[in-house]
Design a protein around this ligand. Structure first.
Ligand SMILES: [Zn+2]
Length: 596
C-alpha cells in the first residue's frame, strides 16, 4: 500500500504523479538519492530532525554484493515517531516484486540504457511485476536528451548523477546533443550557470548546467503529459540519438504495453508529423476496431470512397457537403485518410477521426499508401456485402491505394472511378451523381440508428451495436443524438421511450444511462464491469474500493459498476489492470448511481 505516491494523469505509459514530500513533487521529476553518509533517498527534500531516534534503513544500492541480485536488496525506510518518509525498494529487474513501498529503484538500469530492445524488455518486465501505483525510479542514467523517452516508457523518477558526472568530464548536455565543452564557442542555454562568461565557464558550471537542462526538459515533459501530447514531441525528440529512435519503435512493436495504457478518447490532437505516427496506439487501435468490430449496415447501397478533408468532422467541410449533395443518401460514404486509414461515415466523430492534423497533405509516402491500402483491404474483406465500390478519389496516393486493393485477388467487388480531375469539380460531381442513379436512398432515421450501433460496435465489440441497440429510437439532432427504447415504457403514449444513452459529439462516443447500463449487462455483448465493495459511490470510485475490474477496460471507457449496495455507470479513469492493482487514485468517474 503506497502512501506517498499517487498518479493523477496518464499519457500512454507516461504518468503525471505526486510524491508527497514536505514540498510535494510532481513527477516525472528529479529526486536525488543522497545515499552517501546517512542521508536518505529523499534527504535532499526533507531533513531528518535532530537526535538519533530515527532509525534509517538506508543503504546505497551500489553497496550490495552481486550475489544478492535476486533479492530485493533493501528498502529506504525511515522509522521515526515524528517523521513519515516514503520508502523506496532497490530491486533489479529480475527480482522486482511488490514489497509495499512507494517507489522502486531499478539497480541494473545502467545495463539496459542505450539499447532500445533491452530497455523496453526491462521496463515492461519491471512494470509487470510492480504495483501500478508505485513510482519507478531509474538512478544514474538520465540526460536531458533521453529523459522524455524514459518518462514515455513509464519512469517516474530520475536523478542528476549522470548529468552532473558528464559535466565534470567536460560534456555539455542539451535536449538534442552531448557537446564537448571545448567545442562550444557559445553556450546554447540561458540558465543561471550559463550566465557565466564563456571564458570563465568551468566544468563545475557545466555540471550545474547539465542538471538545469535536465530539470528544464522534465518541465517540458510534464507539460506535454498534461496536454496529452508527449508522443508528438517524442517522434521528433527521439531522432536525436539512435537508441532513442530504436526505443520508440520497440515500444510500438510491443502493442499490449502501450495499448493498455493509452486512453480511448481525449481532447489532445494528434499531429501526424512522421512515419512513426502510423504506429501510434490511437491510430492502430482505430484501424483495428474498424476492421474487426465495425460492421456496415447499409446493405443495399454501394460503397463510396472519398478523400478526407482538413475540416473535421468531415461532414462539416465544403468538399464533403458537395459529395453529400451528389450522393443524396444513395451510397455509404467512407473517407480515406492518412494517418487514420478508412473512416466510415458513422465514425467520423469518433476519436481520433476528428482529432488529428496531417502536416503534409496530397503527398503520400510509400508507408502511408501501404498502410491505408492494408486497412481498406481488411475493411472490404470483413464488409464483403457491397455490390460495388465507387471510388471518388483524386489521382495521387488515393487512386493508387484503390487500384492496389482492387487488384487483390481476394477482393472481388468491382471498383468504378468517378473523379475526372479534381473531386469537387462539377464534372466529377456529376459523374458521382450519375454513377449512383437507380440506387435506393436510405432514411435519416436509418443513418442515425446505424451511427449509434456503429459506435457501440467500436466501443464495446463486434456485434454490440445489434445486441444493445437492435431496436431503438433516436431523438435530438446529429451529432447530439439521444438513444431511447423503441416503445413507450419510459414515457407516456406517443412519446419516445426511456433514454438509454447519449452520443457525445466531441469524442464520438456514448454515455449510458442506468437503463442503458442495465440493458448492456443483460445483453450478450461483452460488459466492462467494475466490482466494488459494499458502498454507494458518490462522484467517483477510488481504487481501494474496487474488488475486481475487467481487464479490457481502458481510460475513457464506459463501465458498469456493481456492488452489494449499488449499481452505477460511469467513465474509467484508469485501465482495468490498473484498477485491480492500485490502492490509490480515482478509478471511475460515476455518472449515475442507484442504491440497492
Ligand atoms: Zn545552461
Amino acid at each position: 500500500m503506497t502512501e506517498y505516491f499517487e498518479v493523477h494523469e496518464r499519457d500512454g505509459a507516461a504518468r503525471l504523479g505526486e510524491l508527497r514530500l514536505a514540498d510535494p513533487l510532481t513527477t516525472p521529476a528529479l529526486a536525488d538519492p543522497v545515499v552517501e553518509d546517512a542521508g536518505s533517498l529523499w534527504a535532499a527534500e526533507r531533513a531528518i530532525p535532530d537526535g538519533d531516534e530515527a532509525t534509517l534503513t538506508v543503504l546505497p544500492h551500489r553497496a550490495f554484493p552481486a550475489g544478492t541480485r535476486d533479492e530485493v536488496r533493501e528498502s529506504f525506510r525511515v522509522d521515526h515517531p515524528d517523521v513519515d518518509f516514503p520508502a523506496a525498494a532497490v530491486v533489479d529487474v529480475a527480482g522486482a516484486r511488490d514489497v509495499g513501498t512507494d517507489a522502486y529503484l531499478l539497480s541494473d538500469a545502467a545495463g539496459f540504457i542505450g539499447h532500445g530492445e533491452a530497455f523496453r524488455d526491462a521496463i515492461v518486465a519491471a512494470k509487470a511485476s510492480l504495483p501500478a501505483d508505485a513510482a519507478l525510479f531509474l538512478s544514474g542514467v538520465a540526460t536531458p536528451r533521453n529523459v522524455a523517452t524514459l518518462a514515455a516508457a513509464g519512469v517516474d523518477l530520475v536523478d542528476g548523477t549522470l548529468a552532473r558526472a558528464k559535466g565534470l568530464e567536460g560534456r555539455y548536455l542539451t535536449a538534442d546533443a552531448a557537446h564537448f565543452l571545448e567545442d562550444l564557442a557559445e553556450l546554447p542555454c540561458a540558465c543561471p550557470a550559463c550566465a557565466t562568461p564563456r571564458s570563465e565557464f568551468t566544468r563545475t558550471d557545466c555540471a550545474e548546467h547539465n542538471v538545469n537542462a535536465l530539470q528544464a526538459e522534465l518541465r517540458r515533459v510534464r507539460e506535454r503529459i498534461r496536454a496529452g501530447r508527449l508522443r508528438d514531441y517524442l517522434e521528433g525528440q527521439a531522432r536525436h540519438e539512435g537508441w532513442l529512435t530504436a526505443t520508440l519503435r520497440e515500444f510500438d512493436d510491443q502493442w499490449g504495453y502501450l495499448e493498455e495504457r493509452t486512453p480511448i478518447l481525449r481532447d489532445a490532437e494528434i499531429t501526424a508529423a512522421s512515419a512513426e505516427t502510423l504506429d501510434r496506439v490511437e491510430i492502430k487501435r482505430f484501424a483495428d476496431r474498424v476492421t474487426t468490430r465495425y460492421r456496415n449496415r447499409f446493405s443495399e447501397q454501394p460503397l463510396v470512397l472519398v478523400p478526407c478533408s482538413a475540416t473535421k468532422p468531415y461532414s462539416d467541410s465544403q468538399s464533403h457537403r458537395q459529395f453529400h449533395d451528389a450522393i443524396e443518401w444513395r451510397g455509404h460514404t467512407v473517407s480515406m485518410t492518412s494517418p487514420i486509414g478508412v473512416v466510415p461515415q458513422e465514425l467520423e466523430t469518433t476519436y481520433p477521426a476528428q482529432h488529428y492534423d496531417a502536416v503534409v497533405t496530397g503527398d503520400w509516402s510509400e508507408e502511408e499508401i501501404g498502410f491505408v491500402a492494408e486497412v481498406l483491404r481488411r475493411y472490404l474483406t470483413r464488409n464483403d456485402g457491397y455490390s460495388r465500390v465507387i471510388a471518388h478519389v483524386p489521382e495521387d496516393g488515393y487512386r493508387e491505394i484503390c487500384e492496389r486493393v482492387e487488384a487483390d485477388p481476394a477482393i472481388d467487388v468491382p471498383f468504378e472511378y468517378t473523379c475526372v480531375d479534381h473531386p469537387t469539380t462539377d464534372e466529377s460531381l456529376g459523374e458521382l451523381n450519375a454513377a449512383l442513379g437507380g440506387e435506393p436512398a436510405y432514411s435519416k432515421r436509418e443513418r442515425e440508428h446505424n451511427t449509434v450501433r456503429a459506435i457501440a460496435d467500436y466501443l464495446i465489440g463486434d456485434g454490440a451495436g445489434d445486441e444493445l441497440f437492435g431496436s431503438i429510437r433516436t431523438t435530438g439532432r446529429y451529432p447530439k443524438l439521444q438513444v431511447r427504447t423503441d416503445d413507450a415504457t419510459g414515457g407516456r403514449d406517443g412519446e419516445p421511450g426511456e433514454q438509454l444513452a447519449t452520443m457525445v459529439p466531441q469524442y464520438g462516443t456514448l454515455s449510458f444511462t442506468l437503463a442503458g447500463a442495465r440493458r448492456w449487462v443483460e445483453s450478450d455483448a461483452p460488459t466492462k464491469q467494475v466490482a466494488i465493495d459494499g458502498f454507494v459511490p458518490r462522484g467517483s470510485v477510488l481504487a481501494p474500493g474496487i474488488l475486481d475490474a475487467d481487464g479490457t477496460i481502458r481510460v475513457g471507457d464506459e463501465v458498469v459498476i456493481e456492488g452489494p449496495k449499488a449499481f452505477a455507470v460511469g467513465r474509467a479513469e484508469m485501465s482495468g489492470p490498473e484498477m485491480a492493482t492500485s490502492t490509490r487514485g480515482v478509478a471511475v468517474e460515476v455518472r449515475h448511481v442507484e442504491e440497492r
